[in-house]
Design a protein around this ligand. Structure first.
Ligand code: NAI
Ligand code: MG
Length: 357
C-alpha cells in the first residue's frame, strides 16, 4: 500500500468548507482505488491564529511541512486583517520557501457549466497557464521611506533572473510539448518594460531551440486579454510572469464559468520540497458559512495533487466524477445551480464509488 502524508491547511473563509469537501472526495478515491492511502494532518494556521498569537503560522512552519508529501491549501484572507499580511504571512513563505517556482493553472469549460462567452463551450477553451511563482513582480523587493510625509516614496521592484526565467520557460515548453497541440504562447510586456521583459523574450527564444516540435508565439499582456476573449480556441499552453499570470488566470477562471472551478498547483519540479495544491479563489467573505462554496476547484487541484504523487488513475477518476456531476446539473449557485457544497461533494463521491456511472 502506498501511503502519502498530506498537510491540510484550510485557513480562512470558505477555505475550511472546500478543503473538507476535497478531503471527502480524496478519501473516497483512496478507498475505491485500494492501492494507496492518504494520511492527512490538519493545521490550524491562518488569520484566526494571527489574531490570537500575532503569527499566521509558527516560526518553524515550513520546517514542519517538509515531512509531508504534499500540501492541500484552502484560502487565506480575513476582512479585519490587511491582505498583504495574510498573503506574506502564510501562502508566500510556503511557495517561496519551498521554491515552488512553477504555478500551473489548467482551465477548461466543464460539461454542464454555463460559460459567459457566446458560442464557446467545452472543447473550445482548454488552456494551461504556467505562472512564474518565485520572483518577478512578487519578489518582495522594494521599500518605503519618509512614511506619511509629502515626499514619501515606495518602490516595488520586479526581479527577473536568467536562472528563474530559464527554468520557467523550460517547464512551459515541456508542458506544451506534452499536450496534443504542442502550442505555447509567451506573454510579455517588452514594449514598455525594456529590461526584465526583454530578457524574458530573449530567453524564451533561446529555450525554444530545445523544443523544435513546439509552435510558439509572443503576446503583449494587454493584447492577450483580448485574444483570450475573442479567440479562445487559438490558445493552449500559456506562460507569463508572476503578476501577469495572476491576473490572466482570474480572467481564465471567469471565462470558464467561475473562479469556483479554477485550480492551481504550486510545483517544485525538482521535488526537493512538498508541492502545494489550492483552488485559485480566495476566502470569499460574501459566501462564507452559507454552505454554497463551489468545491470543484478544490476537487480539481486535488486531482493535480494525485497526478503529482504519481496516482494518475485516481486523478483521472476524480476528473471524470467531477465532469459527470457537473453534466448532471449538480452545481452550486456561482455557476447557475442550486446545489450546496455538500450536495456536489456527495454526488462526486457517489460517482467515484461508481454508483451512478
Ligand atoms: P475571492 O476569490 O475570495 O472572491 C471573489 C468572488 O468569487 C466572490 O464573489 C466570491 O464569492 C466568488 N467565489 C470565490 N470562490 C468561490 C467558490 N469556491 N464558490 C463560489 N463563489 C466563489 O476574492 P476576493 O474577494 O478578492 O478576496 C477575498 C479574500 O481572499 C481577500 O482577503 C484576499 O486577499 C484573499 N485571497 C486569497 C487567495 C489565496 O489564499 N490564495 C487568493 C485570492 C484572494
Ligand atoms: Mg490571484
Amino acid at each position: 500500500m502506498r501511503t502519502y502524508k498530506i498537510a491540510a491547511i484550510p485557513a480562512d473563509g470558505i477555505g475550511p468548507e472546500v478543503i473538507a469537501a476535497g478531503l471527502q472526495a480524496l478519501q473516497a478515491l483512496a478507498r475505491r482505488d485500494g492501492g494507496f492511502a492518504l494520511e492527512v494532518t490538519q493545521f490550524d494556521w491562518g488569520s484566526d491564529r494571527y489574531k490570537r498569537t500575532g503569527a499566521l503560522m509558527p516560526e518553524d512552519g515550513t520546517e514542519t511541512l517538509k515531512a509531508y508529501d504534499a500540501i492541500l491549501f484552502g484560502a487565506v484572507g480575513a476582512p479585519d486583517v490587511a491582505d498583504h499580511l495574510t498573503l506574506w504571512g502564510l501562502r508566500l513563505p510556503i511557495c517561496q520557501g519551498f521554491d515552488q517556482y512553477a504555478n500551473v493553472r489548467p482551465t477548461r469549460i466543464l460539461p454542464g457549466i454555463q460559460a459567459p462567452l457566446a458560442g464557446v463551450g467545452p472543447g473550445d477553451l482548454d488552456w494551461v497557464i504556467v505562472r512564474e511563482n518565485s520572483e518577478g513582480e512578487y519578489a518582495g523587493m522594494g521599500g518605503r521611506a519618509h512614511r506619511g510625509l509629502p515626499e514619501e516614496v515606495a518602490t516595488e521592484v520586479a526581479v527577473f533572473t536568467r536562472a528563474g526565467v530559464s527554468r520557467i520557460m523550460r517547464y512551459a515548453f515541456k508542458l506544451a510539448q506534452s499536450r496534443p497541440r504542442k502550442l505555447l504562447t509567451v506573454v510579455t510586456k517588452s514594449n514598455a518594460q525594456r529590461h526584465g521583459m526583454v530578457m524574458w523574450d530573449e530567453i524564451a527564444a533561446e529555450v525554444s531551440a530545445e523544443f523544435p516540435d513546439v509552435t510558439w508565439d509572443k503576446m503583449l499582456v494587454d493584447a492577450m486579454t483580448v485574444r483570450m476573449v475573442k479567440e479562445p480556441r487559438s490558445l493552449d499552453t500559456i506562460v507569463a510572469t508572476n503578476l501577469h499570470a495572476d491576473i490572466l488566470s482570474d480572467l481564465a477562471g471567469a471565462l470558464a464559468g467561475s473562479l469556483g472551478v479554477a485550480p492551481t498547483a504550486n510545483i517544485d519540479p525538482e521535488r526537493r520540497y512538498p508541492s502545494m495544491f489550492e483552488p485559485i479563489h480566495g476566502s470569499a467573505f460574501d459566501i462564507t458559512g452559507k454552505g454554497i462554496a463551489n468545491p470543484v476547484a478544490t476537487f480539481w487541484t486535488a486531482a493535480q495533487m494525485l497526478e503529482h504523487l504519481g496516482e494518475t488513475a485516481a486523478a483521472s477518476r476524480m476528473m471524470r466524477a467531477v465532469e459527470r456531476t457537473c453534466a448532471a446539473g449538480t452545481v452550486t449557485p456561482d455557476v447557475g445551480g442550486t446545489a450546496t457544497t455538500q450536495d456536489v461533494t456527495d454526488a462526486v463521491c457517489r460517482a467515484i464509488r461508481g454508483e451512478n456511472i
